[in-house]
Design a binder for this molecule. Structure first.
Ligand code: API
Length: 277
């Protein structure tokens, strides 16, 4: 069977996007891992699958799978690429798109300059929202990792994030601490590990070792989590420019139960067809 797809990226966080509104295919986790492979398959950080909505008030449902085949609740860069995809494919003509995800409903606005703004919902800090094994909500939690005692902010953006403040993202031990935090037993469903350098109250640099995909060039939910944790700790003030390895995102948050608004680009690279086993 041939499956049509579009290769896209949000600041270098790259996606294989598949329309299962006009196509039919069943992709199990083994097939997703094969397609994710950058030599034996198409190669991507995440697979985005566009489906008809289950709720008639929504425009679409979109499902997100990491390169290891795990299905996840939310993907910020993916949401922007999804919005660009459904308009480019003429699956909708709307500028404001309402979509169901495993992490809850999202509202996406495609701006005239090609940037996409996403209402990412409100961050949740309660440990049970991630889930994270801790007795209570704290600004930062002590976490023993690889013989070190770290202090991490924990945030759910629908998906789980642990944010570690570092002096310099370039010299931060992401390769060593990233996998150790991702697989830490106090995160029963694993976690995305963010390494945040505060440049000024309105500017950070960020690297993210993503759950299920490793370090990516950008992570939208990771940028939201870092900003939310930084504002809550009094280190940052909205709006915040987040410098990621693949480029910049703008994150706004009014605090408390207000949603985080993330704005950034979404690029198409090529259309393709792949043979499914
Ligand atoms: N690896 C993440 C999903 C993708 C998030 C990221 N690509 C983004 O832009 O938010 C997780 O397992 O929760």
């Amino acid at each position: 069977m041939l499956l049509h797809f579009t290769k896209m990226h949000g600041l270098g966080n790259d996606f294989m996007v598949v329309d299962l509104v006009t196509q039919r295919a069943r992709l199990d986790d083994g097939e997703i891992r094969r397609l994710a492979d950058r030599r034996f398959g198409v190669g991507f950080d995440q697979l985005l699958v566009v489906e008809p909505p289950r709720d008639p008030d929504m425009d679409f449902r979109y499902r997100i799978y990491n390169a290891d085949g795990s299905e996840v609740e939310n993907c910020g860069n993916g949401a922007r690429c999804f919005a660009r995809f459904v308009r480019d494919q003429r699956l909708t003509h709307k500028h404001e798109i309402h979509v169901e995800t495993a992490g809850g409903p999202l509202t996406l606005v495609v701006e005239n300059d090609g940037q996409v703004s996403v209402d990412m919902g409100a961050p949740r800090f309660a440990p049970e929202a991630l889930p994270f094994d801790a007795p209570e909500d704290r600004l930062v939690h002590a976490l023993d990792v690889d013989g070190e005692r770290l202090e991490v902010g924990v945030v759910s953006m629908g998906n789980p994030h642990a944010v570690l403040r570092v002096e310099d993202v370039e010299s931060a031990p992401v390769e060593r601490l990233g996998p150790a935090i991702e697989a830490h037993p106090r995160f029963p469903r694993r976690v995305n590990a963010g390494f945040m350098q505060v440049v000024s109250p309105h500017e950070i640099r960020l690297r993210v070792y993503e759950r299920g995909s490793g370090e990516t060039l950008a992570c939208g939910t990771g940028a939201c989590a870092a900003v939310a944790s930084g504002i809550r700790q009094g280190l940052l003030e909205s709006p915040v420019t987040v410098h990621l390895r693949g480029g910049d995102l703008r994150i706004e948050w009014a605090g408390d139960d207000a949603p985080l608004i993330m704005t950034g680009p979404a690029e198409r690279v090529f259309d393709g067809r792949v043979v499914l086993n």
